[in-house]
Design a protein around this ligand. Structure first.
Ligand SMILES: *Cc1c(COP(=O)(O)O)cnc(C)c1O
Length: 417
């Protein structure tokens, strides 16, 4: 049953209550390997579901356009202070609605339409908002894109430097959505300095690892840090922009009034709660556990003949090229979902197949680590993945799903009792 209970919802809107209940059960019964997802704590759920959703508070603490901010100002100030403490930054803005608008605010703060910007190409592991052609950031700016080397699957810093020197971008984005390796913030910073660009570290995927000391921090290297709060950081759906003091004003103005209206105060409160959780000593063990699980799963998959982009992982994420297994990403992801293992199909670098029917799958270990699974379960998980991907009939897939459900019954999920 969903926790907190949905008794009022069930009484007033049984159709939605039933769907939420169904989704909660689905999350309980599946091995969730979508690299951008997690389970938030029940405390974060309660803050997200609170009456703070009723309040308008355009502006910033002490400078609002609406009255009645006696509590909201304190909530937002606490969230900001906790962000500064957890990440060691001079400035934090906790109002962006999500990662994409947060990144758009960076462009708005520091560039003009038509300016040259640089980011990692989407098919190589970058994010849409780093200048990919279909995104506003690729349409309204002159975006140049770097990728990874074909032989290593890793970013080639010499190539990044050459491109930056040739194109002289105003902004350089590092980070992405399908990067299984450590991001070399000092190397990006050196290039940005050389071409007089502002370096933006988008740590949406790895924020929890940075907070927990399991990935190097961009602080001191990137002037701007953008992050979502709902991936490895284990908070509500939302985002933050962090920076040095010099860029604080421009970022704040871009978020409000530049791009957004009223902040989502229930989300701000839940971000504050998640940041307090991330500041606790056990979060360091959690972050280390995510990486240990990813490495163990990567090793077990490699042993079973799976071909991992870049040969492995340094973080929470594994990108698998299924070409060697003779199956495409989409049918594999669909079979795995039926087998109780949820992930997404994903392009691999230099993918000869189309983005909607690519060669790979992407896996992440944040959610299963939250759930309490450890390195000792990873060989079993790899075995199930192998069985489901290679299954010749539905009975085999059903058998895996039953085994998955049996294992997970012993691992509690926040939000479900
Ligand atoms: C997830 C992600 C975003 C966008 O976040 P949304 O909240 O989905 O808009 C931006 N950048 C990176 C690198 C991401 O992984």
């Amino acid at each position: 049953m969903h926790e907190p209970a949905l008794s009022h919802l069930a009484a007033s809107d049984p159709a939605i209550a039933e769907l939420v209940e169904g989704e909660a059960r689905r999350q309980f019964e599946k091995i969730r390997l979508i690299a951008s997802e997690n389970y938030v704590s029940t405390a974060v759920l309660e803050a997200t579901g609170s009456v703070l959703t009723n309040k308008y508070s355009e502006g910033y603490a002490g400078k609002r356009y609406y009255e009645g901010q006696q509590y909201i100002d304190q909530v937002e100030k606490l969230a900001i202070q906790r962000a500064k403490d957890v990440f060691g930054v001079e400035h934090a803005n906790v109002q962006p609605y999500s990662g994409s608008p947060a990144n758009l605010a960076v462009y708005m703060a520091l560039a003009n339409p038509g300016d040259t910007v640089m980011g990692m190409a989407l098919p190589a592991g970058g994010h849409l908002t780093h200048g990919w052609s279909v995104s506003a950031t690729g349409k309204w700016f002159r975006a140049v894109q770097y990728g990874v080397r074909k032989d290593t699957g890793r970013v080639d810093m010499d190539e990044v430097r050459e491109l930056a020197l040739a194109e002289r971008p105003k902004l350089i984005f590092c980070g992405g959505t399908a990067i299984p390796r450590t991001i070399d913030f000092p190397a990006f910073a050196e290039i940005a300095r050389e071409v007089d660009a502002v370096l933006v570290a988008d740590i949406a995927h790895i924020a929890g690892l940075v907070a927990g000391g399991a990935h190097p921090s961009p602080v001191g290297h990137a002037q701007i840090i953008s992050t979502t709060t709902h991936k490895t950081l284990r908070g509500p759906r939302g985002a933050m922009l962090m920076s040095d003091a010099a860029h604080a004003k421009a970022l704040d103005k871009a978020v409000f009034p530049g791009l957004q209206g009223g902040p989502h105060n229930h989300t701000t409160a839940a971000i504050a709660v998640a940041l307090a959780e991330a500041a606790r000593p056990d979060f360091r063990d959690y972050a280390a556990g995510i990486v240990a699980n990813a490495k163990a799963l990567a090793d077990a998959l490699t042993e079973r003949g799976f071909d991992l982009v870049s040969g492995g992982t340094d973080n929470h994420l594994i990108l698998v090229d299924l070409t060697s297994k003779g199956v495409a990403g989409k049918p594999a992801a669909q079979a795995l979902d039926r087998a109780g293992i949820e992930l997404n199909y994903n392009s691999v670098p230099f993918d000869p197949r189309k983005p909607f029917d690519p060669s790979g799958i992407r896996l992440g270990t944040a959610a299963i680590t939250t759930r309490g699974l450890g390195v000792e379960q990873m060989p079993q998980l790899a075995a199930w993945i192998d069985r489901a991907v290679g299954a010749s009939d539905e009975a085999e897939i059903d058998a895996v799903a039953a085994e998955v459900r049996e294992l997970l019954a012993g691992y509690p999920m926040p939000g479900w009792i």
